[in-house]
Design a binder for this molecule. Structure first.
Ligand code: EPZ
Length: 420
């Protein structure tokens, strides 16, 4: 079993370069199924969710070639199957984008129920509502979602809840539909905009991505023969910003879009950290113990739920009592039990948690319950006194590229060990 051995405390200092966004890449890769041609993706993060997305595409008949460490060429001209294997789709959440893409391109999709982080109930009713409104019939049977349509017709869809996945999936399903589709109460996350930009670069006609209302004028085909660079990962950048504050460090984060992190910057200033933006870099430093701060997660441009655990580490050692209210996921406080093993004083109940700041954390064996919990526990290990052994690295490898190398370069004492 692999584990990360982290010996702290370390003060993080130096430069780090952010990879392409996981949550954009895992949508754009299946979106290439819409293209009757070849396209090249750049700034692709080298993470396990991307590798499995590429393997599924190959099973469906696409040709995927890594042309450099972060670039892939995808040829989707000869799709031979509309059925994605259950053992592969169950490995990650974003496999649900295969439904919108296959439905759009082939009018048929059979996709095993998606897996992914266990964050409580993760319904896909809004995805299904959107597909059905476009004219598809959708059934869930024997662990699979089976969707088909003789043809898809543009329509108006109101999302009952703001959903990243449903917004992107309906966008994928409607790109080649007859007529115009509108998505009202759409998600506005940077990766939603990135998927729309990718599709437009390939010949789609999508307007309003990044606002509450997205309008998709159906086109007859997407042309390919283009290169698209995936947006930098907002959550990875935010993870390093919070690691800088937690370790009272001084870190310059390159290849990021500071505007995507405005709400985090505001919170870091409340915590007593300093932030300086310059082009595609953010310089974050903190010279003293962080201040207490309250946080409420909400859809973009609100505070991202995917940065909540990492912010929780800062509040665990802040001066005073802080409260986090989690408004997106039911079970995103599992990391707090692990932080308590390290000496934190956190009481989590339902969707809120009270953080009584302690003076320091102490190393302990801890387990990542999900991807962002894993990132949070790495930060906790870096600032804690003594050795932290972190297990369940599969979660972390799904979404962070070379995470221990990046932290090591900033001064952390962190090693991946294969334990007998
Ligand atoms: C995406 O998940 C991200 N995953 C998640 O990132 C992220 O936490 C989440 O958006 C919120 O920002 C990917 O992009 C692959 P949602 P998604 O649909 O699309 C409810 C990470 O750590 N809902 O925006 O699955 C749902 O229960 C991961 O990188 C419905 O009720 O999330 C939740 O409360 C974890 N019905 C809220 O909406 C639906 O049909 C937001 O979910 C869909 C969602």
């Amino acid at each position: 079993m692999e584990k990360l051995v982290i010996n702290g405390p370390s003060r993080l200092q130096g430069d780090v370069t952010i990879s392409g966004a996981k949550n954009a890449a895992v949508a754009i890769i299946p979106a290439t199924l819409l293209i009757d041609g070849v396209c090249t993706l750049e700034n692709v993060p080298n993470i396990s969710d991307v590798k499995i997305s590429c393997s599924i595409l190959e099973k469906l008949g696409a040709k995927v070639t890594w042309i450099s460490e972060h670039s892939i060429k995808i040829d989707s001209r000869h799709i031979k199957s509309t059925s994605a294997p259950l053992d592969m789709t169950s490995k990650f959440r974003a496999s649900y984008y295969l439904i919108g893409s296959l439905l759009s391109r082939c009018h048929k999709a059979e996709v095993g129920l998606p897996g992914g982080c266990k964050l409580g109930a993760r319904p896909i009713d809004q995805h299904i509502k959107g597909f059905e409104a476009l004219g598809a019939s959708v059934n869930t049977t024997q662990g699979k979602i089976v969707a088909s349509a003789s043809h898809l017709i543009g329509t108006s869809i109101y999302m009952d809840t703001v959903s990243v996945g449903a917004t992107i999936n309906v966008m994928l399903a409607s790109v080649l539909a007859d007529g115009t589709t509108t998505i009202d109460n759409a998600a506005k996350e940077p990766h939603v905009v990135d998927v729309a930009n990718f599709l437009n670069a390939m010949g789609a006609d999508i307007h309003g991505a990044g606002t509450d209302m997205i309008k998709i004028n159906g086109v007859s085909k997407l042309h390919g023969n283009a290169t698209y660079s995936i947006v930098p990962d907002q959550i990875e950048a935010g993870t390093f910003m919070l690691a800088a504050v937690a370790s009272k460090g001084d870190v310059v984060i390159h290849n990021c879009i500071p505007e995507h992190l405005d709400c985090l910057t505001a919170k870091i200033l409340e915590m007593g950290g300093e932030v300086e933006e310059s082009g595609d870099s953010i310089h974050v430093w903190c010279n003293s113990r962080p201040n207490k701060t309250n946080i409420k997660t909400s859809p973009y441009p609100g505070f991202p739920t995917d940065l909540q655990p990492q912010a929780g580490v800062v509040l665990a050692i802040a001066d005073g009592t802080s409260i986090i209210n989690e408004s997106i996921w039911e079970s995103r406080f599992q990391y707090t039990a692990e932080l308590n093993k390290m000496g934190a004083n956190i009481t989590a109940q339902g969707k809120s948690a009270v953080f009584e700041g302690v003076d320091f954390l102490s190393g302990a064996p801890v387990y990542a319950s999900d991807l962002r919990a894993g990132a949070a526990l790495i930060i906790a290990g870096i600032i804690a006194n003594g050795e932290t052994d972190l297990y369940n690295l599969d979660h972390i490898d799904r979404g962070y590229e070379c995470i221990e190398e990046k932290f090591r370069k900033l001064g952390a004492n962190i090693t991946r060990v294969n334990e007998e």
